[in-house]
Design a protein around this ligand. Structure first.
Ligand SMILES: C[S@@+](CC[C@H](N)C(=O)[O-])C[C@H]1O[C@@H](n2cnc3c(N)ncnc32)[C@H](O)[C@@H]1O
Length: 255
């Protein structure tokens, strides 16, 4: 496989263009409404893997108080910059913090814990998943909910595009040029439930000249989340909520 930096690394383009790519991704449509519907009005939410604040700020705008935790400084830097642009009363409802969801103890509890957009799948299944469920359980009030958005196994098993030289996205970039995205390699290992893909991000100027490019490795893990959640006192609350044809949101209740 090609040498590539990890997703969301410093100087990587997956972090720099996260908002450009997700804004163009119709498969995420409606996730904000789903999470907002899981917390009591004006309630408190812990977001594990808050990234650039795509959901964090939307939830705060709806009156929730949100603590967003993320491991990647490049993502948190964008979230902090966006927070500075919010109306003061909305910004006052948001806290951002660097942290690892597999080993987090804020010594606080929340009405809802969310782990959106495949964030749990970024860490190895097994101990890291178990520890993330423990984090969710530790931070939930009794009777609170935890929501984990996971990719479908059949989507992770799919081969990459037949022609890796064809872009999977070609989108206007904030600079006035374009962001062009390729899936250069893709594979799935059944024995460890792991999908590996190498994406190439290419930023072009308005005349089509390449300004910068970056190869980035994205890894997703899959296993059945329910037994691991049950081991951390999180019981299934309802059937998984389908989202965008590529994933499901699992909702658990803290007993
Ligand atoms: C796909 S983004 C989701 C961002 C945001 N929640 C959203 O829905 O747009 C996944 C995020 O999880 C973060 N992440 C990955 N592993 C993490 C960990 N162990 N602890 C905290 N955040 C993590 C990444 O840095 C990245 O910002």
């Amino acid at each position: 496989m090609a040498t590539a930096r990890p997703y969301y690394a410093e100087k990587g383009l997956s972090a720099a263009f996260y908002d450009t790519v997700t804004a163009a991704d119709a498969r995420l449509a409606g996730d904000l409404d789903i999470y907002a519907g899981l917390a009591p009005p004006g309630g408190t939410i812990l977001e594990l893997g808050a990234g650039t604040g795509r959901l964090t700020f939307g939830l705060a705008e709806r009156g929730f108080s949100v603590m967003g935790v993320d491991i990647a400084p490049a993502m948190l830097a964008q979230a902090s910059a966006k927070r500075a642009e919010l109306a003061p009363e909305v910004a006052a409802r948001v806290e951002l913090k660097r942290g690892d969801m597999t080993a987090l103890d804020l010594k606080r509890t929340f009405d809802l814990v969310i782990c959106p957009y495949f964030t749990l799948a970024h860490v190895p299944r097994g101990a890291a998943w178990k520890n993330t469920f423990a984090t969710a359980s530790r931070h939930l009030k009794s009777g609170g909910l935890a929501a984990f958005h996971l990719p479908l196994l059949e989507i992770m098993r799919m081969p990459g595009p037949p022609d890796p030289s064809q872009p999977v996205l070609d989108q206007p970039a904030p600079s006035g040029g374009r962001l062009v995205l390729y899936v250069r390699e893709r594979s799935f290992r059944e024995d460890v439930g792991r999908m590996d893909q190498v994406m190439e991000y290419v930023e072009k100027d308005a005349r089509g000249a390449v300004l910068r490019s970056s190869l980035e490795r994205q890894v997703f893990y899959y296993t059945d989340p329910e037994p691991l959640a049950a081991g951390e006192r999180l019981t299934v609350d309802r059937p998984p909520i389908p989202l965008g044809g590529v994933g499901e949101i699992y909702v658990f209740l803290k007993a």
